[in-house]
Ligand binder design. Structure first.
Ligand code: HEC
Length: 151
């Protein structure tokens, strides 16, 4: 094969991969499940690590909290694209697809609570941060209470 035709084949293959990822992000239900579980694990990590500061067990550092809340804000937008129809799993309950409006409302409650936490983190007012942090936690719980399998 000539060099130019090898490049042509490679280019075509890459173009197919790109087109594929844009139109159908997840080709198998397992991929969607893995994606959302991975993001949720990160959300939980970045939320949980602020706990000791909120409980007064670790000193408050404004920049550190801001940086961590920025990561949480990015992560908060990610899981919801990974719940296509037909991907019910051990932990993702059928109600997610039976009640899409309710599930969407639970997402919005969470993302708006994270936005408020972000605004509070910018003020540097620890009392306000603690209140907003509690509201985020409550929004995790209220979604999990309805749409996540109890362990
Ligand atoms: C709008 C609903 C919703 C919100 C809000 C939400 N979760 Fe989840 N979470 C889920 C669902 C559904 C799953 C199961 C995904 C799967 O296994 O397919 C999940 C999975 C998880 C997991 C992975 C392990 C497991 O038990 O399945 C953790 C950890 C987790 N969530 C923690 C949190 C934390 C902490 C927050 C808040 C900071 C949060 N979640 C906010 C719905 C939500």
């Amino acid at each position: 094969m000539k060099k130019t035709s090898i490049y042509a084949v490679m280019f075509t293959l890459l173009a197919c991969i790109w087109a594929g990822s844009a139109s159908a992000q997840f080709t198998k239900p397992k991929q969607a499940e893995e994606y959302r579980e991975a993001v949720m694990t990160l959300i939980s990590s970045h939320f949980g690590r602020m706990g000791p500061v909120m409980k007064g067990q670790k000193p408050y550092d404004k920049a550190e909290i801001q940086a961590n809340v920025a990561i949480l804000s990015t992560l908060a937008a990610l899981p919801w694209q990974a719940f296509p129809e037909g991907t019910q799993s051990e932990y993702a309950l059928a109600d997610i697809w039976k009640d899409p409006a309710g599930f969407k409302a639970a997402q919005e409650k969470f993302t708006s609570a994270v936005a408020k936490l972000s605004a509070a983190a910018d003020t540097g007012d620890l009392e306000q941060i603690k209140k907003s942090y509690g509201a985020v936690g409550a929004s995790c719980k209220s979604c999990h209470d309805v749409y996540h399998e109890k362990k």
